[in-house]
Design a protein around this ligand. Structure first.
Ligand code: 16G
Ligand code: MG
Length: 545
């Protein structure tokens, strides 16, 4: 077929470096930008096939999120704006690693296996972050799409969640919103303004937010959005990309991992601040108190605030809808305890990685999911949305129920349900704090985090560690879980688990306990057990103190 001749010709212009092997990891391919040109071209091909298969628009986002500026990566987006399914991740890995002369064979295998009708039209949306390598890499994606005769639309610079939104809007014929950045700002900002409209005692302090844009795409987009907020939220934007480097000593990942504010930002005591990551699909909040102590409000704190707010509204509205919070093993034990025992909310634990949380959240009427690192959102089932909509329109209900239903409806509209979205999460959190008349300190005291520590251990082959029970228990190597159990017993309120990282060649160790000293000691002892039982390489882990 002429189509395949074109692929062959074009593919030669995007050659694969010899010997390079890459995996479609937890969230796509990610490595040094210099090694990615062929991957991008091939993902353009794959997205075109996926579009033909699903008879819908598919998204391809060029970004390496919180990684350093010199890296890049790519994420594929399925028709409803969710991440691509796992069986297609395998196709992606195969296509990415095929030798130059095998590209056509692998492509044809996928077409056959998926029974793709090649005469079906294809449509692919492409977006990119602010990395200097993103321009040529996204062009390579577009080349891949056109080589297979697909149509494409290049959205240029957008956040990852914005592209997820576009794909969802396009495939639902505009029911989710208009598939433009203007449409995005209009939808989310209008909902925010509706939510905060009757919070009459909102002070100027409450309207003011300090934001660290990680010198990335999120900063650019917040600037663009500002006028839509009509001064109802006044953002002081730091790390807007005009000077500093992307993700360098700033951004959500830096703040969460280092447990300190971004370098170079002046923060007044008590001031409410937040940080986005490099593609604006994560957010964390924080403040420093009058003694200068730093306080982080991570994904667990956000999940708690949001689920409490929603549960109260559902009760006021008299709606019997099942709400649950989905977390991973990294969720602070205090948050789980508070949600289960004080809030009486159902809590589910899944494996690390957004797609796992997203799928479990879909099982409930209202599924709030957050990773501790700040990626999360809320999913409403179709039935839940309909019930809320009906009640909001019902003329025969009392004021209290009606008011709750209207708030719920606007809350649904301020949330990007396709994926965790720093901009939409920020608007949601800001609205909840405004409605509750709550300061960040008050939010912080809902529960107190247990001290915790994360460490990494280098081993010869991290795949020797196999886990179960949502990564909370190690099945192999023999004796490791028993060793962890015995160490945990030595400390109070203690918990520890180990898992092979999905993004780095290390084993991750997590420990929490009643004091920082205990958490540190436990993390170190568990690291030693991993080192000894799972084939550690290099020096033995040293104590932290
Ligand atoms: C990726 C995941 C994130 C997860 C992290 C774990 C997505 C979009 N991102 O960044 O959810 O927390 O990997 O990394 O799924 P690790 O396996 O190295 O601990
Ligand atoms: Mg990200």
């Amino acid at each position: 077929m002429a189509q395949f001749q074109e692929v062959l010709k074009q593919s030669a212009l995007h050659p694969k470096p010899a010997g390079l092997v890459l995996q479609y990891g937890t969230s796509g391919f990610r490595t040094n930008a210099k090694q990615l040109d062929h991957i991008m071209f091939r993902m353009g091909l794959l997205a075109t096939l996926r579009s033909k298969k699903t008879k819908a628009t598919i998204g391809v986002m060029v970004t390496a999120s919180h990684n350093p500026e010199e890296d890049n990566g790519v994420k594929l987006i399925d028709p409803m704006g969710e991440m691509v399914t796992q069986d297609w991740e395998e196709h992606a890995t195969q296509l990415a690693n095929a030798d130059q002369e095998d590209v056509l064979t692998v492509l044809k295998n996928i077409i056959e296996k998926e029974a793709i009708n090649m005469s079906q039209e294809a449509n692919v949306f492409v977006g990119k972050d602010t990395r200097s390598s993103s321009a040529s890499l996204s062009q390579a994606v577009l080349d891949g799409v056109s080589a297979l005769g697909g149509h494409s639309k290049d959205y240029g610079l957008v956040t990852t969640p914005q592209l997820h939104y576009m794909v969802c809007c396009q495939n639902t014929q505009g029911k989710y919103g208009e598939a433009t950045v203007e449409g995005y700002y209009t939808k989310f900002c209008q909902a925010f303004i509706q939510l905060t409209k009757n919070t009459s005692n909102r002070t100027d302090d409450q309207k003011h937010l300090c934001l660290d844009g990680a010198n990335g795409i999120g900063a650019l987009k917040v600037r663009e959005m500002e006028s839509h907020l009509k001064k109802e939220l006044q953002i002081s934007l730091n790390n807007d990309g005009s000077k500093g480097r992307l993700n360098h000593q700033c951004g959500a990942d830096y703040v969460k991992v280092q447990q300190k504010p971004p370098t170079g930002i002046k923060i007044n005591p008590g001031e409410r601040c937040c940080s986005f990551d490099g593609d604006a699909d994560r957010i964390v909040y924080y403040y420093t108190d009058s003694e200068g102590t730093f306080h982080l409000l991570d994904g667990d704190k956000m999940a708690t605030l949001i689920s409490t707010f929603l549960k109260e509204l559902l009760t006021q509205a008299g709606l019997d809808l099942k709400i649950a919070v989905v977390q991973t093993a990294y969720a602070n034990g205090s948050s789980t305890h508070y949600l289960e025992n004080t809030m009486k909310v159902l809590v589910r634990c899944t494996k690390t990685g957004v797609k796992h949380l997203h799928h479990v959240a879909q099982e409930f009427d209202v599924g709030v999911y957050f990773e501790a690192n700040g990626h999360g959102t809320v999913l409403f089932s179709k039935a839940a949305e309909e019930k809320i909509q009906q009640l909001a329109e019902d003329t025969n209900v009392n004021d209290k129920r009606k008011k709750a239903a209207l708030l719920l409806r606007n809350t649904i509209n301020v949330i990007n349900q396709t994926v965790g979205d720093a901009i939409s999460d920020m608007l949601l959190i800001e609205a909840i704090l405004a409605i509750k008349g709550m300061t960040i300190q008050q939010w912080d005291t809902i529960y107190t985090d247990l001290p915790n520590r994360q460490l990494k251990v280098k081993v010869a082959d991290r795949r020797v560690i196999d886990t179960t029970d949502a990564e909370r228990r190690a099945v192999t190597p023999a004796g490791l879980q028993e060793a962890i159990d015995n160490l945990v017993k030595k400390y109070r309120q203690a918990r520890s688990f180990v898992r092979p990282s999905g993004t780095e060649d290390v084993v991750r160790v997590y420990a929490e306990a009643d004091t920082q000293e205990s958490a540190d000691a436990l993390a170190h002892e568990v690291s030693l057990a991993v080192y000894r039982l799972a084939g550690g390489v290099g020096d033995e882990p040293k104590p932290l103190h």
